[in-house]
Design a protein around this ligand. Structure first.
Ligand SMILES: NC(=O)c1ccc[n+]([C@@H]2O[C@H](COP(=O)([O-])OP(=O)(O)OC[C@H]3O[C@@H](n4cnc5c(N)ncnc54)[C@H](OP(=O)(O)O)[C@@H]3O)[C@@H](O)[C@H]2O)c1
Length: 329
């Protein structure tokens, strides 16, 4: 079953960034001997869900099989039919799910399956790919991840303003990989004007990846002609307006890439759900901080997070933290 669980999680990982407003769910079907029959993942909005894609691939072999799904099968008819019904119709004997569905209209899949004689097992596990979506449906706004690159002593630029490059190539490659899994990238007008960024997700050779996030700028100043204007971007006057507009148009998972004024604003709004820090083993002693102002006057008031990932990336260190961890009862 460990193999099937891994296969389901992996299938969900692959479609991150392509499924909003739906969650990136993965499903694996195994037969009675434990052999993997099929995998499936959520299609873009309006398309089949993970379970249906896996069932289609399995065909008749789904009868009597075990389905491992990263999220409780949905039980409602939206743009597609309920997955719980598709599983019973296909004759699946057992369903293992890793995360309970907190989305009220879709919940109840486990009960539907049990009522029809399917063995249902809830095997709680933190599925990283689902965390942003879970947070978004609980908060009724997109999940916000604050990302920054800094030196070991917390500076994002030197005293002369230079910041290219604090981290190495491997870290920058990871940033681009991550961008492709997000619905939008947000920066302030300060960064848009100072850096003339393209905010695209690219491969190391500079070519653009097939899936691109929306490009969002927050602030009232005009962004001069440059990369962003050429590619097209959305601009909102405040962080609240940006989050509202993104939520209403299907945005569930967004990345705030700075700068320090905008990052402090999102923290003051208590709208930072996760942090990604790329820390370079370098010291500056002075320079520009990750935030441009104090957000806590004493240690007891510091904004704290739970560390979920620490790993070396090239010669740098990647840290991931979350405010809350959802998904298991
Ligand atoms: N190392 C890193 O990870 C990193 C990442 C990004 C940027 N940077 C650096 O950061 C520097 C730019 O920083 P910055 O602080 O000047 O700019 P910024 O944070 O990108 O943008 C600041 C602007 O955002 C808007 N804004 C912020 N909070 C707001 C709020 N609560 N309501 C409404 N608007 C709000 C305002 O725009 P208006 O004034 O237009 O209304 C404000 O002037 C650049 O040099 C860049 O290279 C470093």
């Amino acid at each position: 079953m460990v193999g099937a669980t891994e296969a389901a999680i992996q299938a969900g990982n692959v479609v991150r960034g392509t499924t909003s407003p739906n969650p990136p769910v993965g499903c694996a079907l195994v037969d009675a001997s434990g052999e993997l029959i099929a995998t499936g993942a959520t299609s873009p909005a309006g398309g089949p869900h993970a379970e249906v894609n896996a069932l289609r691939e399995a065909g008749d072999r789904a009868r009597g099989a075990t389905a491992v799904v990263t999220l409780e099968p949905c039980n409602h008819t939206g743009r597609t039919g309920p997955c719980s019904h598709a599983l019973t119709q296909a004759g699946v004997a057992r369903v293992v799910y890793l995360t309970a569905d907190p989305f009220e209209p879709a919940a109840g899949g486990a009960e539907h399956l049990r009522d029809r004689g399917v063995e249902v097992v809830f095997q709680p596990e933190r599925v990283a790919a689902l965390q942003p979506w879970l947070r978004s449906v609980r908060n009724n706004r997109p999940s916000v991840t604050l990302k920054f690159a800094s030196t070991l002593d917390g500076f994002t630029a030197a005293v002369d303003g230079s910041s290219k490059w604090i981290t190495g190539e491997k870290a920058r490659e990871l940033v681009h990989q991550d961008r492709a899994t997000r619905d939008a990238i947000i920066v302030g007008t300060g960064t848009a004007i100072a850096d003339n960024p393209s905010l695209t997700a690219r491969y190391p050779d500079g070519s653009t990846r097939p899936v691109q996030p929306r490009r969002v700028v927050v602030g009232t100043r005009n962004v001069p002609e440059g990369n962003l204007t050429r590619l097209g971007f959305e601009q909102y006057a405040t962080p609240e307006e940006a989050l509202q507009a993104l939520w209403e148009t299907g945005g569930r998972d967004v990345l705030v890439e700075g700068g320090p004024a905008l990052a402090a604003s999102f923290l003051e709004l208590d709208a930072v759900d996760a942090v990604q820090a790329y820390i370079a083993p370098a010291l500056l002693g002075d320079g520009r901080g990750v935030l441009n102002r104090s957000i806590a006057d004493t240690i007891a008031h510091a904004r704290r997070f739970r560390t979920t990932c620490v790993r070396p990336v090239g010669n740098d260190v990647f840290l991931e933290m979350e405010k809350d961890v959802y998904g298991s009862r």
